[in-house]
Design a protein around this ligand. Structure first.
Ligand code: SF4
Length: 329
């Protein structure tokens, strides 16, 4: 859990305008009980043991995560990387030393196709620093996809300038945003998303499911449609990681499954993210599906839609048994 309280002037004024009881306040101010629970961890995803080089995390064979900075515009109380973010001095050395180790490592690992630059929030770097880092990553021929994770359009939309958008577009970056509530979709945020989309930067969003903040179908519907309107594809809805002291934010896994099931009937497929859990200890993201809504009857698959009505799809027997392939929780 992040112990650091810091909030951009913009987000502070947004929270003030929402009133003293708005649940978003809990995500940045220490208003909850942060006592650790059994199973909590300071490093719930086991990043430290998957870090061959400081600040570089290698969990999947084809992907790598670079922690470009430990600074954020706002510190979230449920942050998975609360053990690191907000530190005033980087524990791994100077930026140029760290990055030169990363680029050497990348050059030797030809299976890596996808680089995610995160932190902290990489958009707290200056335009020049970000441009230099992206150029260094792009020099590695086998890297095909570069993603940058940022919460800036939600909490510091003024950071999104045409010059920054051009840098991201030049390096063919996918921008992976972090929105948790429709109240974050202000006029300023819309302008920031428009600037990025106009420059040709593809936008997706990740949302952490948070108890009492966004764990109801109306809030999520408003958020996901609001994102689509702003040309941001809802990508993942995450079960909150068991980071130390975050239990007051966590919902039971079944709650997320129920919400996804309800959303399937209410929002267009484009607005529906994948509900997933990041396996503790570094097992990677595991998509979670609501209970299977189909079973086989002879040569037919019997499906149940979101209203509970049954439909039959002709399908000769002998294929893969769908029920056995679908996780049930
Ligand atoms: S913006 Fe991201 S990295 Fe920073 S505190 Fe929030 S969740 Fe953590």
């Amino acid at each position: 859990m992040s112990n650091h309280v810091q909030i951009s002037a913009y987000y502070q004024s947004l929270l003030e305008s929402l009133g003293p009881d708005h649940p978003l306040r809990r995500t940045v101010f220490p208003l909850d009980d942060f006592s650790p629970e059994p199973g909590d961890s300071d490093d719930p995803l086991g990043e430290e043991i998957h870090s061959p080089v400081p600040g570089l995390i290698h969990t999947y064979p084809d992907k790598v995560l670079l922690l470009a900075t430990l600074n954020c515009a706002v510190y979230c109380r449920y942050c998975t990387r609360g053990r690191l973010v907000g530190k005033t001095t980087n524990p791994w050395g100077t930026k140029s030393e760290i990055q030169s180790r990363w680029f050497q490592w990348l050059g030797k690992h030809e299976k890596v196709r996808d680089v995610l630059i995160s932190g902290g929030d990489p958009l707290t770097l200056s335009d020049g620093e970000l441009d230099g880092l992206l150029a260094g990553v792009r020099k590695t021929d086998h890297v095909r996809t570069v993603r940058v994770g940022s919460k800036a359009p939600a909490v510091w939309p003024q950071r999104i300038t045409p010059a920054l958008a051009d840098i991201l577009a030049k390096h063919r970056v996918w921008l992976q945003l972090h929105f948790i509530h429709p109240a974050e979709l202000t006029q300023e945020t819309t302008q920031a998303c428009d600037t990025l989309a106009a420059a040709g930067v593809p936008l997706v969003s990740q949302t952490v499911l948070l108890k009492g903040i966004n764990d109801d179908v109306n809030t999520l519907t408003g958020l996901f449609y609001g994102l689509l309107e702003r040309r941001v594809k809802p990508y993942y809805l995450f079960q909150c990681d068991p980071v130390t002291g975050s239990s007051s934010f966590r919902t039971p896994v079944e709650k997320g499954l129920q919400l996804i099931s309800e959303l399937q009937g209410r929002v267009s497929g484009l607005a529906l993210p994948v509900f997933a859990l990041d396996a503790p200890g570094g097992g990677g993201k595991i998509p979670l599906l609501p209970n299977s809504r189909f079973h086989r009857e002879g040569n037919e698959i019997v499906l149940t839609n979101y209203e509970g009505k049954e439909y039959r799809y002709p399908d000769p027997e002998g294929g893969i048994q769908p029920a056995a392939e679908t996780p049930r929780l």
